[in-house]
Design a protein. Sequence first.
Length: 69
Amino acid sequence: MDILDKYEKIFGIERTQEFERRVSEAAEGAVRELDKLVEDEVKIRYVTHVYAKSLDRLSERLKSEHAVN
């Protein structure tokens, strides 16, 4: 069982697909906004940085919520 199968089993196929679609559209939108400003590689590195930073914040928030509860 690959990781996608695991999440589809937990969240359901429709919810998993919708979440992936929304995240993909957000990333593509961010790249389009930078489209004429910089090279493709810079755009990808920047979007990757922003997503990683967002995931770090989310992880910290979830950890602190569990620590409080």
